[in-house]
Design a protein around this ligand. Structure first.
Ligand code: GLC
Length: 780
């Protein structure tokens, strides 16, 4: 309790102990290159090196035994057949693929990794791989003067993570979320280094509590974990995009989300009754404010028992859900892992009778307190339990639910440690393992159970899952919101780098609670936040019990009109957004990106926190402070057209841009194109008209992009029921050409053609579509 007083820095308190001794891996004693796994026996540890592709190498060091290579919860691929040339000259062993070169020194054992041009990626100096007697493992890696670091999953603070330290330990943090809060709900022990315009990635696949220290030295950085192996992958890049493709090749990509899940979500802890939910929905309809989802927080349950409804508050959930569905609105209920200890409650009975809850090695069930009171926790590390939990979701799917919100799945427990006893022994599919080791994957595995169960029951429809906790690979199952933020301008500011770094960590479908969860929001903050939210991948307004309601109409007509406009814009931009989500599902690239992703040679983008891009051609520069109507906007190379005014700005300059409360500065790159749909109404969300704005470009420029569409809610696209157009835009002196270079799929959309709007064409420039002087592309 004294930790937030000066007592925290009492000189008598243990700072870093001088007695900490790392044992270096020592010299190489023997090597074995007889298989595709290159094995090295060293004085104080054993190393295995495997190439997953030409660009991805895995290094595993086990201080005690042979490296264990088959225990990852997040890597979903096996090594490909890679052509590796091994050679040895004096002190140095070289292993080379077409993209990577490893130079391995024998004494002491050091592994330096270079790209195909011979540029250093990840290397070691006087210190390399090491461990401590207490089981800790650590890697020391050389830091370069110009290194910038990104990723690390869900972290507070700025975009560039150089000079920061992070802990990976899934934690329920109601407060504070400030720049030094370094463990939050998600642990993604992965980062990307940007060095002189070139990028590479490191994924440290260790589920124990781990630490990344990019702050203590200018010469090296470290990553370490409380136990387990030093098991890490290096991805060669060299562009930020290829690093992310490589990382998500290993850990998976987001499933293509349903369109409705990309719409506007309204939530509150809690809408407490059916009557309240109906009124809420009707308000959206009456006001013509778009909404796709209403979330039900914990009050819908009977005494917070999962898989139940409170029959007084919600007497007829099935009717409620089907009535809302007719209004174009879906219901997403919250499901937490804690199952109330109640011998008269069926889920608890089943869990006990079928032996599905987390237990100690001695056989007693672990109990902890959460919303329902004393609760037991399903052991999601076991296949049988995941299946059971998945099947239980029939309770929701049979009344029309298509999406689930998983919360408190760190797991959060109301006690000093904030979580489950670390000594709990998870069954882990036949390999019993302590909670200390598997804590960080509890949420991931709950997500797996839920997503897979829902998918099974939804019979061809895409499930939506929202989760708070996760580990590397969480993107395969769930979208992630950034937890309990507050209605502070600082939290609006922080949400941008946070969402961008999550995107750089493979989690493309993310967003914060718009308006702020705790604390009272206010009209201006909510309005500015809604403008940003309209363009973040996940768009949900959520607020906490005891604080002001923050639906878009709570602050009067003036603000309501602005928020309504931006929520509608979200729907107008849906064709563009959906194409970007398709790209995320194919390549792992984020929908919302920092500018450095597209302009890695431009240093001005390296720590640009208050601007973001959607895809590769649109920059957003929202106002993130109260009472401010002018802000600096940096535009990189190229010419940029302000979306609402059409004004053209030359790149590689900073401008002071004016933006009244109703304005969000958006800049589209000249020479590119933007797909636009339309807002029709809540029960008619599919646009009848889709258009393409073509921004005439600099002479000689060529731009290519993919427009993707399908029914937006089923898996029929897997059988070819989609529309995919590869489109190029070529600007020259007398014409702007739009060509469909490839058309794939047999989906027939409601719109028959795509209307082309030429924007900024000069007098002599004609618009040519597929070589003709028309202004549309037929799609059927
Ligand atoms: C946690 C969640 C929050 C939710 C609340 C009640 O604080 O982070 O979003 O509203 O629990 O379920």
């Amino acid at each position: 309790m004294l930790e937030d007083t000066s007592f925290a820095i009492h000189p008598g308190k243990d700072q870093t102990s001088k007695a900490v001794v790392y044992r270096d891996i020592g010299n190489l004693i023997a090597e074995d290159f007889s298989t595709t796994i290159f094995k090295f026996t060293c004085e104080s540890g054993n190393v295995a090196i495997q190439f997953y592709t030409n660009s991805i190498v895995r290094i595993t060091m086990n201080p005690q035994t042979d490296p264990k290579l088959n225990q990852s919860k997040s890597v979903i691929v096996k090594p490909e057949k890679v052509n590796v040339e091994a050679s040895s000259k004096g002190e140095i062993i070289t292993l080379a693929t077409s993209q990577l070169q490893l130079k391995i020194k024998r004494a002491p054992f050091r592994v330096d990794i270079f790209d195909k041009l011979g540029k250093e990626l990840v290397s070691e100096t006087e210190r390399g791989m090491a461990y401590r007697e207490n089981g800790e493992v650590v890697a020391f890696k050389k830091m370069h003067d110009y290194d910038h670091f990104y990723g690390f999953g869900e972290k507070s603070g700025h975009l560039d993570k150089r000079d920061e330290k992070f802990e990976m330990w899934n934690s329920d943090v109601y407060a504070p979320h400030n720049p030094e809060t370094n463990a939050l709900y998600e642990s993604i022990p992965y980062f990307m280094t940007l060095r002189n315009g070139r990028a590479h990635g490191v994924f440290f696949d260790n589920t124990f509590r781990s630490n990344f220290d990019m702050a203590s030295s200018e010469n090296y950085y470290t990553f370490s974990a409380e136990g387990g192996q030093l098991d890490y992958y290096v991805m060669a890049g060299p562009e930020p995009k290829s690093v992310l493709e490589q990382y998500t090749y290993l850990t998976g990509r987001i499933p293509l989300p349903s369109k409705w899940s990309l719409g506007y979500h309204q939530s509150r802890y809690s809408y407490e009754s059916e009557v309240e939910v109906r009124e809420l929905a009707q308000n959206f309809i009456d006001k013509d404010i778009p909404v796709d989802v209403i979330h039900l927080d914990i009050h819908y349950m009977n005494g917070y028992r999962v898989f139940t409804f409170d029959k007084e508050r919600f007497p007829n959930p099935e009717k409620l859900i089907s009535d809302l569905r007719k209004m174009g609105i879906r219901v997403v209920p919250i499901v937490d892992p804690g199952v109330k200890k109640d011998p008269e409650y069926a889920i608890y009975q089943e869990g006990v009778n079928e032996d599905l809850f987390c237990k100690y090695i001695e056989g007693e069930t672990y109990f902890g307190e959460v919303w329902p009171g004393i609760s037991a926790f399903p052991d999601f590390t076991e296949e049988k339990v995941r299946k059971w939990w998945g099947e239980k979701h029939a309770f929701y799917t049979k009344i029309g639910v298509e999406g689930i919100w998983n919360d408190m799945n760190e797991p959060a427990v109301f006690n000093e440690s904030k979580t489950m006893d670390l000594e709990v022994m998870h069954r882990n599919d036949g390999k019993p393992t302590t909670h200390r080791e598997l804590h960080n994957v509890y949420g991931l595995l709950m997500g797996k159970a839920t997503y897979e169960g829902m998918k099974e029951q939804l019979d061809g429809k895409r499930p939506f899952l929202l989760t708070r906790a996760g580990y590397a690979g969480v993107q395969r199952y769930a979208s992630v919101w950034t937890g309990d933020n507050r209605s502070f301008w600082e939290h609006l500011q922080m949400s941008l780098p946070m969402v961008m770094n999550l995107g750089l960590s493979g989690v493309a479908f993310t967003g914060p609670d718009v308006g702020g969860f705790a604390h009272d929001t206010n009209a201006e903050l909510l309005t500015r936040w809604t403008q940003v939210g309209a363009f973040t991948p996940f768009f949900r307004n959520h607020s906490a019990i005891g604080f002001r309601y923050q639906e878009p109409w709570q602050f009067g007509e003036k603000y309501e009109a602005i928020m309504k406009r931006y929520i509608q814009m979200r729907y107008e931009w849906m064709p563009q957004l959906y194409s970007l989500f398709y790209e995320a599902s194919q390549k792992g690239l984020p929908v919302m990106r920092p500018l450095l992703m597209e302009y890695p040679d431009d240093e001005k983008t390296y720590n640009l926190n208050d601007q973001f891009m959607l895809g590769d051609n649109v920059i957003f520069a929202p106002i993130l402070q109260p009472a401010i109507t002018d802000r600096a906007v940096y535009l990189p190379e190229g010419n940029w057209v302000e979306f609402s005014t059409g004004e053209v700005f030359e790149g590689e300059k900073t401008y002071l841009i004016h933006a009244e409360l109703e304005d969000l500065p958006i800049f589209v790159k000249q020479g590119t194109a933007l797909m636009q749909g339309e807002w029709v109404s809540n029960n008619q969300k599919t646009p009848q008209n889709v258009s393409m704005n073509v921004y005439a470009g600099i002479i000689g420029e060529k731009y290519q992009f993919t427009f993707y569409d399908d029914d937006g809610e089923t898996f029929a696209y897997e059988e070819g029921n989609y529309l995919k157009l590869k489109i190029e835009v070529i600007s020259s002196k007398d014409k702007v050409e739009v060509n469909v270079v490839q058309k794939q799929g047999d989906f027939i959309p409601e719109y028959k053609e795509i209307t082309i709007n030429g924007i900024g064409l000069s007098d002599g420039q004609k618009l040519l579509v597929n070589g003709q002087q028309t202004n549309y592309i037929p799609v059927i």
